[in-house]
Design a protein around this ligand. Structure first.
Ligand SMILES: *[C@@H]1O[C@H](CO)[C@@H](O)[C@H](O)[C@H]1NC(C)=O
Ligand SMILES: *[C@@H]1O[C@H](CO)[C@@H](O)[C@H](O)[C@H]1NC(C)=O
Length: 438
């Protein structure tokens, strides 16, 4: 177990140059682990499995599992929520449906998952999964099922909750592909945030209250000047895409966090306190509690981001085939951003970024724009998973946390063999330190 992981780690440890992302998995085309070969052959013959239609978009790491989501944009996707063992002996493992095959049945609203995008595992060993209930994409979209949050207990692989979003939480344009999970002091004290990219809303779900509510704000809208994209020489326009990628800061002294977000058709970052979001009475009266930060600079559309326990944010830069970083101890400004890795072959459309409990960054790239607007060549590697220890990835960049590390190393506590940083880490001035526009 973990053997390839440790070998990689050793290689990284033993070289001294600036460390970049290391390739961990690679696939030309996605395959699934059927009970037998004849099940698989039969699925292909009957069109239930069309390998060329499968695009992996979201990842999450929990212990020795890497979860991988595959949306049902086209026909022949046998399972939308899957995992592969991290200690797989091969670099292109077949996807194993999670928690099982029946739970991945398209159109089975009560017991199945139709289409899943980003997923999030929390410190209480739960996997948060939003099922959009859809089949298809853009003008082919059908909605056999409602949007529903599914939460799985990762230790028992049982679904422990299903919550359908209320009719008031969505509208006819709703498209939700990103989720952030905010854990408070106890496992019960948990909230999920869903960004409605095309319906322009931010939906909050309280685990304890089993209730949801929806914020609207003009900061969720796309910037009309930022709808043009060129990725891997393909030029296209995604002008209507609003609030998309989100990340949560470490908790502050009062336990609240900052939710950072950005519309997709935008170069700008915004922030709101979770104190605001968790208060359902604020839905209609919190316009001034959302803050604009600076723009990132040219060619900086981003769909996915994550923040580690030290407050370092990583974000995909889809126009640059790159991953960027920002240390939130510094004002949000282009000069405080760095590119931690860039690869014009391997990092074409880095679709998701995640941090594991051992402070490694994971990235999946999937050539999504080529898949959607042109086609993939299945004779080449199309999908890649990369990984790197964060400290080594940001070493020597403006995102480096070395002084912080020294300071906070004394402030770690150990629980259940896991290390947790003791907070407070972020202070109010770190976001208000001149980086807001007013
Ligand atoms: C959907 O849109 C695409 C591209 O804009 C177009 O080629 C196709 O005919 C449309 N399909 C339907 C069912 O409207
Ligand atoms: C949560 O609410 C939904 C509907 O609002 C209900 O179906 C479900 O049983 C509730 N779950 C819990 C654990 O209370």
């Amino acid at each position: 177990m973990w053997s390839r992981f440790f070998i990689l780690f050793f290689i990284l440890k033993s070289t001294s140059c600036v460390q970049k992302l290391q390739e961990f998995f690679e696939w030309n085309i996605i395959d699934f682990e059927y009970p037998t070969d004849s099940h698989r052959t039969n699925a292909i013959l009957t069109g239930k499995f069309k390998p060329e239609n499968a695009l992996p978009v979201g990842i999450e790491i929990w212990h020795d599992k890497m979860f991988i989501s595959v949306p049902r944009w086209r026909e022949g996707i046998p399972a939308t929520l899957n995992y592969v063992p991290l200690d797989s002996p091969v670099k292109n493992p077949r996807l194993i449906p999670y928690p099982d095959w029946p739970s991945n049945e398209l159109g089975n609203c009560e017991h199945g998952l139709s289409t899943v995008y980003r997923i999030k595992a929390d410190e209480c060993d739960r996997l948060w999964v939003l099922d959009t209930g859809t089949f298809g994409i853009d003008n082919t979209t059908q909605n056999p099922c409602p949007y529903a949050l599914n939460i799985f207990d990762l230790r028992t692989n049982q679904r422990i909750r299903r919550y359908e979003l209320r009719a008031e939480d969505i509208n006819e344009d709703t498209f939700i592909a990103n989720i952030a999970v905010d854990l408070g002091k106890t496992c019960d004290d948990a909230h999920a945030y869903f960004s409605d990219e095309l319906g322009y809303g931010l939906i909050v779900y309280s685990f304890k209250e089993n209730k949801s509510w929806r914020f609207s704000h003009s900061y969720f809208l796309p910037d009309p000047l930022r709808g043009d994209y060129t990725i891997d020489k393909l030029n296209f326009q995604w002008g209507e895409e609003g609030i998309f990628g989100m990340s949560l800061s470490p908790p502050q002294e009062d336990g609240s966090k900052w939710l950072y977000f950005s519309p997709l058709a935008s170069h700008r970052e915004f922030a709101v306190s979770t104190k605001t979001l968790k208060d359902s009475s604020k839905v209609d009266k919190s316009w001034k509690e959302f803050f604009p930060l600076n723009e990132r600079g040219p060619n900086s559309h981003t769909t996915s981001r994550v923040m580690d326990d030290y407050g370092v944010q990583f974000f995909n830069l889809i126009d640059q085939n790159a991953i960027g970083c920002w240390n939130s101890q510094n004002p949000y400004h282009k000069k405080n951003h760095a590119v931690v890795d860039k690869d014009d072959v391997g990092l074409i459309f880095p679709a998701d970024v995640k941090v594991d409990r051992n402070r490694n960054l994971w990235v999946i790239s999937d050539r999504m724009s080529n898949f959607l607007l042109a086609s993939l060549n299945y004779g080449e590697i199309n999908f890649r998973v990369y990984f790197a220890p964060i400290d080594q990835l940001i070493k020597g960049t403006v995102c480096d946390t070395t002084p912080l590390n020294q300071y906070y190393n004394s402030k770690y506590y150990v629980n259940n063999n896991q290390y947790f940083a003791k907070f407070p880490l972020q202070k109010q001035y770190q976001i208000f330190g001149g980086n807001l526009l007013f």
